[in-house]
Design a protein around this ligand. Structure first.
Ligand code: KG4
Ligand code: ZN
Length: 344
């Protein structure tokens, strides 16, 4: 391991970069406090029903410098005061990751400071330590994003175990693919969330597929069930979707949340844990936030729901994770390469 230190410093200042999917984000942290968190979203994917990897990496290249400059400016930090540069190593889209990884390495090399490589899903969990109230160990975190759906047993800041996960599609993917079937734009989750508020969650019934292991999820069967139901109804009435959009959205959202909550309750029971958190893009969903709060009241859980800005991809959570790694002296070698998949 090559570690480049700029001499001993009392305080720890880290620049963190997140570029694993379609958001370019940079954050500056000092001594465990996130001073700035700047994110540029990519509108180029809106018409495609999902992220187009090549367009995503090109947009990251355009955004990375202005986003980093803005994060440093907002934090009032000069790049020469940084002690380390952190970036997401994976999992994610390889072309997108490559932009953050290359930029982060180059900047660190030019400043003569170490790099810290961060696991994206671990960072979603540690977003809970950016602000109070912070969960105490051990706790369970339902991490639900566009690419992952996991129940994580969090034993310590950097000691986590995935105890349940999806065997096919992620919960966010179920939202996004449903939105595509309904002719809505990408990302579909927030649009379905908004429309669902006006609809009846019991108007339509969809399949609730189970995986072999009780804490695992399967969303691909739900997607097929929605597709077949819509097809059948549209044969009877071509204007079915237009006439029933809020009810369809509310029913789909209800089914996704029901599946998530069933596994989460089971995990809480199985591990005897009452500190329960949610994280990831789908944790911004108003229905899921309400369902977790309600389950908290019912089962006596201490519930941790992140602020909206730390639900979807952001570099604040990468900075927070990097800070704990920094304290453990967990620096990476300059020859690291991005990884599209790797274990938490
Ligand atoms: O964590 P994230 O920003 O990126 C990944 O790591 O994938 O999550 C993005 C996902 C998308 O699938 C998006 O539709 C979903 O989070 N999402 C939502 C909401 N806001 C974002 N899903 C449901 N309701 C929302 N309000
Ligand atoms: Zn994410």
């Amino acid at each position: 391991m090559n570690v480049y230190f700029r001499g001993m410093k009392q305080s720890v200042t880290i620049l963190a970069i997140e570029s694993s999917c379609d958001d370019t984000s940079a954050a500056v942290l000092r001594n465990g406090e996130v001073l700035s968190n700047i994110t540029a979203n990519q509108d180029v994917h809106r018409d495609y029903g999902g992220v187009v990897p090549e367009l995503a990496s090109r947009a990251h290249q355009q955004h990375i410098v202005p986003v980093v400059v803005k994060a440093l400016d907002k934090a009032g930090v000069d790049k020469n005061d940084l002690n380390a540069v952190a970036f997401t190593l994976g999992p994610g889209l390889i072309g997108s990751l490559l932009v953050g990884v290359s930029f982060g390495k180059s900047l660190a090399l030019s400043l003569g400071i170490p790099i810290i490589t961060v696991h994206h899903m671990k960072a979603h969990v540690l977003a809970h330590f950016i602000d109070a109230p912070r969960p105490s160990f051990p706790f369970l975190c339902l991490t639900v994003s566009g690419g992952h759906t996991q129940i994580v047993l969090v034993k310590d800041y950097l000691d986590m175990e995935v105890v349940g996960e999806t065997i096919d599609d992620a919960a966010g993917e179920a939202f996004d693919k449903t939105a595509k079937m309904l002719g809505l734009s990408y990302p579909g989750g927030p649009i379905i969330d908004k429309l669902a508020k006006e609809g009846d969650p019991h108007a339509f019934k969809f399949a609730e597929p189970k995986a072999h292991r009780p804490l695992d999820f399967s969303f691909s069967g739900l997607k097929t069930s929605i597709l077949y139901n819509l097809r059948k109804e549209k044969e009877k009435d071509a204007a079915f979707v237009a006439k029933n959009l809020p009810d369809i959205c509310a029913s789909v959202q209800y089914t996704i949340i029901k599946i998530l909550m069933q596994r989460l309750r089971l995990a809480a029971e199985q591990f005897g844990i009452k500190d329960i958190a949610i994280a990831g893009g789908v944790s911004a969903n108003s229905g899921l936030r309400a369902a977790v709060a309600e389950a908290g009241d019912k089962h006596g859980w201490n519930v941790y729901i992140p602020q909206f800005q730390y639900c979807t991809d952001n570099a604040g959570m990468i900075a927070m994770t990097a800070y704990y790694q920094y304290l453990q002296g967990d620096f990476a070698s300059m020859d690291v390469a991005p990884k599209s998949r790797f274990a938490i």
